[in-house]
Design a protein around this ligand. Structure first.
Ligand SMILES: [Zn+2]
Length: 476
């Protein structure tokens, strides 16, 4: 029997605000443990939370960028559970009136385009971090992460494969980075994914029992966990057993999941409205103001590159996929106007070198001016493509000025046609036999003469130009 995999994702995105969601403790990765805490985020008796204005702004911005409806009156709820990383024994989250609902993310995989629904986005606080020291059998706790603002972005169960799930998360990351609400560094935990997954026989309409695999920290991990879990559930069903509703932990080293606990439902958390925070009214005026701040998003930008600049769709999608790369590209074409040539450099050499040297796309290490200089030198025939690539690599790795590099290394091509002509006359004089072969109809002799000519010019003249002059000389 064939099975269909049904996947819904819950993405937790840490918002890049300067302070935490309900207190003024600073955020930021890598501080010494328990140095960024106060009575509010530690939940000491008598302390009161106050909502960080920026968190609401980022939540609304995210909702608008994902096509959601913004809830006019939004409210916080207490999610009660006891766990060592949660000093209050409850998390301030949203259940009944989440800030955004009913959005969409458009994805494209090799099976085509598809719209994935966003059920809701809610604001909540993060918990602390437990650090297990296996060698001493101890567990340490760092409360710095307590009350770091999170958005939980919950998809509809519209995804059907690991490929679709990866395309969804990749697209979401692009958008969150574009609107600058989250740095999306999965390796630092600022974006984490929980996978809800069930399987059902193909053609069936009722979903099977789902499990939830928590806290996947890379797309690779997520893909592996999805494939593992789908296989596991199918094997259980095929052997006549039942899938249990469980919360699972993925062990990437072992390549398998283990059950942490029975899967909780909302009722298990005894949610109730947070009494210490008043509901928030979001006016149309406020929403409009935020909407005006949303920049052109990756899909729109890629479409514009295709329609207005004539780029191929694949180049357009790659360049528009990162706001930094797109900015770099736009600064280059603004100066040189060579849309396709610049796109080839960006999708080719630039991304190749960035990947090779492990730089992230947050900072393009070469200046747009350097690439403009190289494109201009190519256009004027001063350098060939091989030299252009060398000059670009030098600019990328050592910030060397391309023109200076070309001049200092004596790599400029002959651009003076008269100078080339003089050298070619000597070449023809020295190769009389080939010349008479050519003149008697042996066209293959022309290739030989071209070779000799390029050698005499140290390959520092465009071959087309050289051949043009050669033909003129031979026909005299
Ligand atoms: Zn605090």
């Amino acid at each position: 029997m064939n099975y269909e995999t049904v996947i819904g994702l819950e993405v937790h995105a840490e918002l890049s605000t300067k302070s935490k969601i309900f207190c003024s403790c600073p955020t930021g990765f890598g501080a010494s443990p328990n140095t960024r805490v106060c009575e509010v985020c530690l939940g000491l008796p008598g302390s009161l939370p106050v909502l960080n204005r920026k968190v609401l702004e980022y939540a609304v911005k995210t909702g608008l960028a994902l096509g959601c409806d913004i809830t006019r009156l939004t409210r916080f709820d207490r999610k009660n559970y006891f766990y060592p990383d949660l000093p209050k024994a409850y998390q301030i989250s949203q259940l009944y009136l989440p800030v955004c609902r009913d959005g969409v993310i458009r994805i494209e995989t090799k099976n085509g385009k598809k719209n994935i629904g966003i059920r809701e986005i809610h604001m909540e606080e993060d918990a602390g971090k437990l650090i297990h020291d296996g060698s001493e059998n101890l567990t340490f706790i760092d409360f710095n992460r307590c009350s770091i603002p999170l958005l939980e972005i919950v998809s509809e169960p519209d995804l059907r494969s690991a490929d679709e799930a990866a395309a969804y998360v990749e697209k979401l990351i692009k958008i969150l980075k574009y609107i600058e609400v989250c740095d999306c560094k999965m390796q630092e935990g600022s974006l984490r994914v929980d996978v809800n997954l069930s399987v059902m026989p193909e053609g069936e309409r009722v979903f099977g029992t789902r499990t939830e695999t928590k806290n996947l920290n890379s797309l690779r991990e997520m893909r592996r966990a999805i494939n593992y879990e789908a296989d596991r559930q199918i094997r259980l069903i095929e052997s006549g057993k039942k899938v249990l509703g469980q919360t699972l932990r993925w062990d990437d080293g072992k390549g398998k999941s283990t059950a942490m606990r029975k899967k909780e439902e909302a009722a298990d958390y005894k949610y109730f409205p947070e009494p210490d925070l008043p509901p928030v009214f979001i006016s149309q005026e406020y929403t409009d103001k935020i909407k005006a701040q949303i920049p052109e998003l990756p899909d729109g930008k890629a479409q514009r590159y295709v329609n207005e600049l004539g780029l191929s769709k694949s180049d357009a999608v790659i360049i528009a996929g990162s706001v930094e790369i797109a900015d770099f590209y736009e600064r280059v074409i603004k100066s040189c106007g060579e849309y396709k040539e610049a796109a080839n450099w960006v999708t080719g050499e630039l991304l190749r070198l960035m990947k090779l040297s492990g730089v992230s796309d947050e900072r393009v290490p070469v200046s747009p001016e350097s690439l403009v200089e190289i494109i201009n030198m190519l256009k004027s025939g001063e350098i060939n493509r091989i030299v252009a690539k060398q000059a670009f690599e030098e600019a990328f790795l050592n910030k060397t000025n391309p023109r200076q590099y070309v001049i200092e290394n004596n790599l400029l091509l002959f651009t003076d046609a008269e100078e080339i002509r003089k050298i070619l006359i000597t070449v023809l004089d020295e190769n009389q036999k080939s010349v008479s072969d050519y003149k008697s109809g042996k066209t293959s002799a022309f290739g030989y003469i071209t070779g000799k000519a390029m050698k005499a010019l140290n390959s520092k003249a465009p071959v087309k130009e050289v051949q043009k002059i050669l033909k003129e000389l031979l026909e005299q």
